[in-house]
Design a protein around this ligand. Structure first.
Ligand code: ADP
Ligand code: MG
Length: 594
């Protein structure tokens, strides 16, 4: 141990050999020996012959040999032991720190569910104190206790579990979705199997993931629906327009007129459907107005009564002093019609539907508990029924496009998806509350309009306005729509210059000598969009007034489908009356501007 030979040691004192690193240690030992005749576990550092420092543990006592007191001592070299002990303390401190400060919950539990330890994050996650956790059974943390049994099974089969998604419950009853990973170890001493696990709260993550998946699905179905609906719109424009022209020239008493009216009726119905698809795809061109929801709802109440039938009692409770909202009024009609038809379908025989409005302020607390809501002031429109209500499986799917529980000829599954699309487009929220067997209440929150904008514009209904001989330049790449518009406008006495490409329009304007009063153009055309063409034409003809038409528009002309209210816009498909009114409005407003 010391490196000295026997010969080197015998006859010398330890001091002479310089064995003690701290000579005071020797004095201390001798003092203790003198007092009690004995030392045990006396630790001291000593120096070897080659100068290395070691730690010794000394046991010594005084014994008497030949009437002389001598010290008998046994020294054990505990240098290695001390070194591992220090490492162990360091390691313990390291893992303690991780355990105490981890943001994930860490629990140490027996198979029976008795907690041996839990870190602060674990206690905080479930809302218990460390003391309470000790008296808790781990099974109580699971929404479904069978889930714990399944996990134990995995531990016993594989020795560990990895990222298991489990529904758990806090002390106050709030449900959490957690991810658990852990391992099982058998204690050497007790032979007891112990589970060491890490629990991570993933509630917010899964909620977001759900919303994202939903949004992506909506997006792709929306793109598909929007594309199809756009093509249908052009075809429908032609069908409606030419049918209207044919009706005008058909014998008022003859059978043809009745048939043509049926065609027109069916085509208008088809227009409604494409409009729904476009709304759902959020590609419907909308013209928001600042309006009072109450007025708007009152205007369509008669239609709604008719829609839901006589067996259902309709109750209308308008909120007082309602804040204004900025929304396209036809979208309100669409929302109401869809919600009321659903309410009607949910009522078996007789029942009641209630439409209510009111002002609400959503605060931080409400929003914290309702995913996707943001605080602010909203106008609420609620449609409630005492019909069948919905089970959770149905409730989870109602906004899903094409999800329906109705017969093929009754439901399309697009109603709620459309409502969703409209509400999102207007930066609002939907809340659905439903109790199976009792009823459903659907609440729509639309943001309060706060701009200091102009008064609600009410369009006055007037007789067909005739032309004052103005010249109109018409640009439209769909030939049937071009022909139709030309025919209608000619019939009213306008001079129509009709071309099918922007290039032709630019050429024509350069050569045309007379005045052109109004440009009517499609928005989406192969060579260049209508907006760009209009800008170029206006460079040549300053003061040229413009009117745009489209089945939908892109950002080329509007931002996120919301039309700039300065631009004259005609939604396709249009009826003869729509076109006439829009043209007159465009021409009149232009002259006001000048
Ligand atoms: P559709 O009415 O064509 O089936 P919706 O998108 O309008 O499609 O509705 C989807 C489904 O949601 C319905 O089939 C129905 O099961 C359910 N639903 C919607 N509103 C209600 C309601 N007020 N009461 C009960 N169930 C409803
Ligand atoms: Mg429906």
């Amino acid at each position: 141990m010391t490196g000295f030979t026997r010969e080197e040691v015998i006859g010398k004192t330890s001091s002479l050999l310089n064995i003690w690193k701290n000579p005071a240690d020797r004095e201390r030992m001798v003092r203790e020996l003198a007092q009690s005749g004995l030392v045990e576990n006396f630790e001291a550092q000593f120096v070897t012959k080659s100068g290395k420092i070691r730690v010794g543990q000394i046991f010594a006592r005084i014994i008497r040999i030949h009437d002389e007191d001598v010290i008998l001592s046994i020294t054990r070299d505990i240098t290695e032991y001390k070194r591992t002990e220090a490492a162990r303390i360091k390691s313990e401190r390291k893992y303690r720190t991780l355990f105490e400060h981890s943001l994930d919950g860490i629990g140490i539990v027996t198979i029976d569910g008795q907690f041996l330890d839990a870190n602060p994050a674990f206690c905080e996650l479930f809302g218990y104190s460390r003391e309470e956790i000790r008296h808790l059974n781990a099974g109580q943390l699971y929404v479904n206790p069978a889930d714990r049994h399944a996990l134990i099974q995995s531990y016993q089969n594989d020795g560990y579990i990895k990222n298991q998604k489990v529904r758990m419950r806090k002390k106050d009853g709030t449900q959490l979705i957690c991810q658990i990973s852990g391992t099982i170890q058998v204690e050497t001493e007790s032979q007891q199997a112990i589970i060491y696990s890490i629990t991570r709260d993933m509630t917010a993550y899964y909620r977001m993931e759900d919303q994202l998946r939903q949004a992506q699905k909506m997006e792709s179905v929306g793109r598909l629906a929007g594309g199809v609906a756009h093509d249908y719109n052009n075809a429908l424009s032609a069908i409606i327009g030419f049918t209207e022209l044919a009706i005008d020239s058909a014998d008022p008493e003859g059978p043809l007129r009745g048939n043509l009216n049926e065609v027109l009726h069916a085509a208008k119905h088809a227009t409604e459907i494409t409009r729904q698809l476009l709304a759902f795809a959020r590609k419907q061109t909308i013209a928001p107005k600042v309006l009072d929801l109450n007025d708007n709802i009152e205007n369509v109440l008669k239609m709604i009564r008719h829609l839901i039938g006589e067996n259902i009692d309709l109750s209308w409770i308008p909120g007082a002093g309602l804040w204004p909202v900025n929304i396209d009024p036809t979208q309100i009609d669409q929302i109401l019609a869809n919600l009321c038809v659903n309410a009607r379908d949910a009522i078996e025989d007789v029942g009641k539907v209630t439409i209510e409005t009111g002002n609400v302020t959503l605060d931080e607390t409400y929003c914290a508990n309702h995913a996707g809501f943001v605080p602010g002031e909203f106008v609420l429109m609620a449609v409630s029924d005492n019909g069948s209500g919905m089970e959770k499986e149905i409730l989870d799917n109602i906004f899903e496009p094409f999800f329906t529980t109705k017969d093929v000829d009754k439901g399309t599954g697009l109603g709620m998806a459309t409502v969703y699309g409209i509400v999102k487009q207007n930066r609002g929220f939907i809340n659905v509350y439903s109790e199976p067997g009792i009823g459903t209440s659907i609440k729509i929150y639309l943001p309060r309009y706060k701009g200091n904008d102009v008064e609600t514009q009410q369009e006055s209904v007037v007789d067909t306005p005739q032309s004052h001989g103005e010249t109109i330049l018409l640009v439209e790449d769909d030939l049937s729509v071009l022909k139709l518009a030309q025919q209608i406008l000619n019939g009213l006495g306008y001079t129509v210059l009709a071309v099918s490409t922007p290039g032709d329009a630019l050429d024509l304007v350069k050569e045309h000598t007379g005045e052109i009063h109004l440009l009517i153009t499609d928005v989406i055309m192969p060579e260049m969009n209508g907006r760009e063409m209009a800008d170029r034409l206006q460079a040549v003809c300053p003061g040229l007034k413009c009117m745009f038409m489209s089945g939908y528009t892109t950002n080329a002309i509007v931002h996120s489908g919301v039309l700039d209210d300065k631009v004259q816009f005609l939604q396709k498909p249009f009826s003869k009356k729509d076109l006439i009114m829009a043209v007159r409005k465009a021409l009149n407003e232009s002259s006001n501007l000048r």
